[in-house]
Design a protein around this ligand. Structure first.
Ligand code: PLP
Length: 472
């Protein structure tokens, strides 16, 4: 109630009064409902723009939480959804099948890193990860091995359900749930700007993998946390190594050198453990390749997809596995069955949209387009590199990232940056841009259909807002 008392119809017309009605009954994700600003009533979307109920236009700078790739209300996707709804909206997927479900599986297998030939559907990114972890665990138990350990990386984010949350880096977001979480083993991520091994980027040989040659072996404490060392130590108890290839998203938009990704695959092979690639964010072109694993030409044993899979229209999770994983579940013994499923597994509407979205990715040369976008983002954000409050500017595919610091020399990010996110968000909104910084990380991740001029305008707003809020 407090919200609508304080901000009567500030962001909505009296006619709809959506913000006030929202305040009466809704509970929003990741939102402190007591102190939040009034929510923005969106009545329409078209292309890269969203329209508010008081007629303002906002550029959707983060693709509506990283899901949209072809723009809002795309006519091809609208038609695919309507056509499928007229035919079959949903049916149980345990003992039935349907054309969109089969066709999407065929289409995915054709474009995924080669070897990923089995498709398991679920509902969202977190469930795609839960499914992958359960698959990996049972893969071993079906062969009479109990492997209890998952290795994940620092700064990881894999979702908000309990398994995915356990795999994610511990933070203020997971702290209240710590009694529910299971332990995983953590290894260094190649966060080059803040190198966990304290190395200089120019001399780095990706030592965070823990190669024998690592000079930091002199410092046993940090070396013990490398992926190589963890695998050496835990070896046959490890079910899988779970990583976000090339771009760790919610944990700080950390961009990897491709060599690290190749190294993860190599180490998993050496130690005989499974590799799970969480491409929930990176899948379908976001990093400038259709899948981020292509940057190192690797095939994980299991891959997790969601977010952009339906073009940003409907929730759908996909967990794809190799034949080797799948075959470990084939048995006359019923207990080897993969006992997992959801009411909406294989929803035909979501599958039909995913097929139509794959058509668009092909027909619009979307991956090439993201390659161009990468260049435009680089050019637009480059001036920020010399800004006194900017520690690092990094770009990968369609994601342009600015890491703010309160002290450039020490790379400290505390102090006056603690509450910088909401101030930046407001300044962006005033300029017609919907962006949502992750703490001190300001990033743009627009739908792929953004033009060169629109990208230049968007990056100019990022430069201007950072000047305005943090001083030039
Ligand atoms: C968003 C995200 C998830 C969780 O997906 P939801 O659909 O939000 O549950 C998992 N992994 C990564 C890498 C993500 O970015």
């Amino acid at each position: 109630m407090r919200d609508d008392d304080q901000r009567p119809s500030q962001a909505s017309t009296p006619a709809s009064n959506l913000a006030a009605r929202d305040a009466a009954h809704l509970w929003h994700p990741y939102t402190q409902m007591l102190t939040r600003p009034a929510p923005i009533p969106i009545v329409r979307g078209e292309g890269i723009y969203l329209y508010t109920d008081d007629g303002r236009r906002l550029l959707d700078g983060t693709s509506s939480w990283w899901v949209n790739i072809h723009g809002h209300a795309h006519p091809v996707l609208n038609d695919a959804l309507a056509a499928q709804a007229r035919e079959l909206e949903h049916v149980i997927f345990a003992n039935c099948t349907h054309r969109p479900g089969v066709e999407l599986a065929e289409r995915l297998v054709a474009v995924l890193p080669s070897g990923l030939t089995r498709i398991f559907y679920s509902d969202n990114g977190s469930t795609a990860v839960e499914v992958a972890m359960k698959m990996a665990s049972q893969y071993w138990s079906n062969q009479g091995q109990r492997r209890r350990t998952f290795i994940t990386l620092h700064h990881a984010y894999h979702g908000d359900t309990v398994g995915a949350m356990s795999a994610s880096e511990r933070s203020v977001f997971t702290q209240p749930f710590s009694p529910m979480l299971f332990d995983v083993v953590r290894a260094h991520a190649p966060y080059c700007y803040r190198c966990p091994m304290g190395l200089d980027r120019s001399t780095c040989r990706i030592e965070c993998l823990g190669d024998d040659v690592c000079p930091v072996a002199l410092s046993p404490e940090s070396w013990a946390s490398t992926l190589g060392a963890q695998l050496e130590r835990l070896g046959s108890d490890v079910a899988a190594v779970l990583v976000e290839p090339m771009l760790q998203g919610a944990g700080g938009m950390i961009v990897w050198p491709a060599e690290f990704l190749a190294g993860v695959r190599r180490l998993c092979d050496q130690h005989g453990v499974l590799m799970i690639a969480d491409e929930v964010l990176t899948g379908f072109g976001r990093t400038g390749r259709l899948f981020a694993c292509e940057h190192a030409n690797i095939t994980p044993d299991i891959i997790c997809l969601s977010k952009a899979v339906t073009g940003g229209y409907l929730p759908l999770g996909v967990t794809a596995a190799t034949a080797r994983i799948y075959e470990a579940f084939l048995s006359d013994d019923r207990t080897r069955t993969f006992f997992h499923g959801h009411s909406f597994t294989g929803n035909p509407l979501a599958c039909a949209l995913a097929i139509a979205s794959l058509d668009l990715v092909r027909d619009t040369r979307a991956v090439e387009k993201v390659g161009q976008l990468e260049g435009w983002l680089r050019r637009g954000l480059e001036p920020l590199a010399s800004h006194p409050s900017v520690g690092d500017v990094r770009v990968l595919g369609g994601v342009g990232i600015v890491e703010l610091v309160s002290d450039k020399a020490t790379k400290a990010a505390g102090g006056y940056l603690d509450d910088v996110g909401p101030r930046l968000t407001k300044a962006f909104l005033d300029r017609g841009v919907l962006l949502r910084p992750l703490g001190n990380i300001v990033y743009a991740m627009p739908p792929y259909v953004i033009t060169e001029d629109e990208t230049a305008w968007l990056t100019a707003q990022m430069c201007n807002v950072i000047d305005e809020v943090l001083g030039a």
